[in-house]
Design a protein around this ligand. Structure first.
Ligand SMILES: Cc1ncc(COP(=O)(O)O)c(C=O)c1O
Length: 385
C-alpha cells in the first residue's frame, strides 16, 4: 500500500461507507436476496437501448453542450408544461445533469456558503447533509413523525432564522413512500414568502405514485417555483439507474448560478443517451404507465407478506416499502438487518441510516423494484421469520 503521511483535515469526518454499499456487500457475501439498494433487477426498454446504440453508431459521441442537448431540454419543457402548466425556458431554465445526485450537489454548492443554514426533513436521502457540510453550511434537521411521516409546519416555522438559506424537500419520499400534499406546498409557500430562502425539491420519484394520487410538484405553485430548484432523474423513470442522467429546473437567475458550478463539476453529460431520451420522451406512454407498473409491484410484495409478522407502513409512492418488525424483535435496526441477511438470506436497509442520530423505530426499508419472482421469494422468506 502507498502511504501518505501528511495531515488530512477531513471535510466529512463523520462519513463512512454508505449504508447501501454496506448492505449490498453483506447481501453479496451471504448470497442473500438484495432488496436493500434502490435499483430495478429487470431489464430496461429494448427500444431505448437500441436508440442509444443508434446515436452512438451515427457518431454522436463527442461533448454535448454544457446545459444539455437542445432537443432534450425542449421536450422536458413540454413535458413539465403538460403535467404542471408551468413553462420553463429550454435555453435558460433547464439543465441536464449527471443524475439527480450531481444536480443536488451542484445546487447546494452553488448557493450554500459558510454559516448558512439548511433545513432537511428526516428520515432523509443520504446525499443532502454531506453536501451542505462540505460547503461549510449547517444542517437543521426537522423530524417527520411516524407512522405517516408528515411535516410539522409550526415546528419548521420555529426553525427558520435569518441564516436559513435553503429548505430541501423530497416527494414522493425516500425512504418512507409518503407524499407531500397541496396543504404542505401552500404552507411552504407561506413560510418562504418575502424571504431569500431557496427550495431544493427532489422529485426523482415523480412518476412512481400510486392509487391515483397527484404528484404535488413545486411547479404547480408558481410563487414557490420562483424560488425553487426542481430535480429529476431518468435513472428512476426509465429503470436505468446506472445511466446517471437527470435534470434540474430553476428560474433563469438561479440556473445561471447553478451552471457556473455545473460547467466545472461535469461540464457536460453523456451525449448519445441524451439524444435517445429526447426521442423516447416523445411518447408519453413511456413514463405515464410507471405509477400503475410499480403499484402492481408493491401489491405483489404486500400480498406475499400478508401472512408475515411484519407490519406494513403505507407507501404511496417511490419503489420502497417500510416494514415494522416490532412484533418480531427488540434488536436495533442495524442488528436486525444483519440478522436478516446472515440467518434468513434477505437484505433491507435500516431506516435509522436515514437519520443523523441513533434511533430505533424498528423499521426496515425494502425495495420492490424487482421481478415478480424475486418479490414472491422475498415474501416466502419474510413469512418464515
Ligand atoms: C430521493 C433521491 N434523490 C436522488 C437520488 C439520486 O438519483 P440519481 O441516481 O439520478 O443520481 C436518489 C436515488 O436513490 C433518491 O432516492
Amino acid at each position: 500500500m502507498i502511504q501518505f503521511d501528511g495531515e488530512i483535515p477531513s471535510k466529512l469526518s463523520q462519513i463512512g461507507l454508505s449504508i447501501f454499499a454496506v448492505m449490498s456487500k453483506l447481501a453479496n457475501d451471504h448470497g442473500a436476496l438484495n432488496l436493500s439498494q434502490g435499483f430495478p433487477n429487470f431489464p430496461i426498454s429494448e427500444k431505448l437501448i437500441s436508440r442509444v446504440n443508434h446515436f452512438m453508431q451515427q457518431g454522436f459521441n463527442q461533448y454535448a453542450p454544457m446545459p444539455g442537448i437542445k432537443p432534450l431540454r425542449e421536450i422536458i419543457s413540454e413535458k413539465v408544461f403538460n403535467s404542471h402548466q408551468l413553462r420553463y425556458d429550454a435555453e435558460e431554465e433547464i439543465t441536464i445533469t449527471a443524475g439527480a445526485t450531481q444536480a443536488l450537489y451542484t445546487a447546494i454548492t452553488a448557493f450554500i456558503r459558510e454559516g448558512d443554514e439548511v433545513i432537511i426533513f428526516e428520515p432523509a436521502y443520504d446525499s443532502y447533509a454531506p453536501a451542505v457540510k462540505a460547503c461549510g453550511g449547517m444542517v437543521k434537521y426537522a423530524s417527520l413523525a411516524s407512522p405517516d411521516f408528515k411535516i410539522n409546519w409550526p415546528l419548521v416555522r420555529q426553525m427558520v432564522t435569518n441564516s436559513t438559506r435553503m429548505i430541501i424537500i423530497n416527494s414522493p419520499h425516500n425512504p418512507t413512500g409518503s407524499l407531500l400534499n397541496a396543504n404542505d406546498l401552500v404552507e411552504l409557500e407561506r413560510l418562504t414568502r418575502q424571504t431569500d430562502i431557496l427550495v431544493l425539491s427532489d422529485e426523482v420519484y415523480e412518476h412512481l405514485i400510486f392509487e391515483g394520487k397527484t404528484h404535488e410538484s413545486v411547479c404547480r405553485y408558481p410563487e414557490l417555483a420562483s424560488r425553487s430548484l426542481v430535480v429529476a432523474s431518468f435513472g428512476k423513470t426509465f429503470h436505468a439507474t446506472g445511466w446517471k442522467v437527470g435534470y434540474i429546473l430553476a428560474p433563469a437567475r438561479l440556473t445561471k448560478e447553478f451552471r457556473k458550478l455545473h460547467q466545472f463539476i461535469v461540464f457536460a453529460v453523456n451525449t448519445p443517451i441524451q439524444y435517445a431520451i429526447a426521442e423516447y420522451l416523445q411518447d408519453k406512454e413511456n413514463y405515464e404507465q410507471l405509477g400503475s407498473f410499480y403499484q402492481k409491484k408493491r401489491d405483489i410484495f404486500l400480498e406475499n407478506i400478508k401472512n408475515s409478522r411484519f407490519k406494513v407502513v403505507p407507501s404511496y409512492g417511490t419503489y420502497f416499502q417500510l416494514l415494522d418488525y416490532s412484533e418480531i424483535s427488540d434488536l436495533p435496526e442495524m442488528e436486525f438487518a444483519k440478522q436478516l441477511v446472515v440467518d434468513h438470506g434477505i437484505a433491507a436497509v435500516p431506516v435509522a441510516a436515514f437519520y443523523n442520530q441513533q434511533n430505533n423505530q424498528r423499521l426496515l426499508r425494502f425495495c420492490f423494484a424487482k421481478t415478480d419472482e424475486t418479490l414472491i421469494k422475498a415474501g416466502e422468506i419474510l413469512c418464515r421469520i
